[in-house]
Ligand binder design. Sequence first.
Ligand code: SER
Length: 318
Amino acid sequence: MKRILIVGAGGQIGSELTTYLRGIYGHDRVVATDVRECKEMAAQGPFEVLNALDATAMASAVARHRCDAIFNLVALLSAVGEKNPQMAWQINMGALMNSLEVARQHHCALFTPSSIGAFGPTSPKDRTPQDTIMQPTTIYGVCKVTGELLSNYYHTKYGVDTRSVRFPGIISNVTLPGGGTTDYAVEIYYEAVKKGRFTCPVPGDVYMDMIYMPDALRACVELMEADPAKLVHRNSFNLASMSFTPEIICAEIRKRMPDFEMTYDIDPVKKAIAESWPNSLDDTCAREEWGWKPEWDLARMTDDMLEVIRRRFPVEVR
Ligand code: SER
């Protein structure tokens, strides 16, 4: 990758991936785009307002900046997708289809995140295999499975260098996720610091796979830089790092904040989604084909999250 276009750079992943990629490839070589103006990103390097549903505008940005790689990070997440499935399909698939076509026409590599949400209630629950039954029950998951198939199709049919990972819930402290089922595992840290208590929307005993943002960012680059001759799979690799329930993350926070309290106000949509997803993924193929290895665990991540958020909200009552 020499010059990169990021589509949807203002979201949870993009806001950190842009900085990360600029650190590796050079500020001028990473063009951030989003449907909304992002002043901070524009101050760091090239930024353009771009609607990912406008294929002509995307093609023009790739041509003008002579990009050879695209990161398509546009998505409505799982819970918000259930509120407007037609819009979720239009945005998630529209951005992907445009990215695939622009990548084909301009000879770019393409990274698009898939998700644990690509699995459903009929997939094996524990250590879910790389290649298995995928019958998701959310529109988000339907888009992810379709996106994986379409990306593989573009690779075999046209030779487009499409690559992807099935991200666990991503925990981060720069930009909040919006409308996902795993968002609780981000919000819990903010609420712990700001209020000393958290109302959890998903049941206390539901396991889901999670990953800390620094590992997620590294995964993107390591996969895109991997030797293509070693890749048996492409779209999309199971990725695993840590798997926990709300009770487990709560206990981890209490080790550092003994007065922290968690109660429940279950959101039926999030409950159904969380229960339909795997408890944990088997990431053997990612480990074998491109050397994936997570570096963060729940304890270390909790130390880091609390420290960063405390620095940001120093005057709040705890
Ligand atoms: N974090 C996403 C969600 O909860 C899953 O990929 O929707």
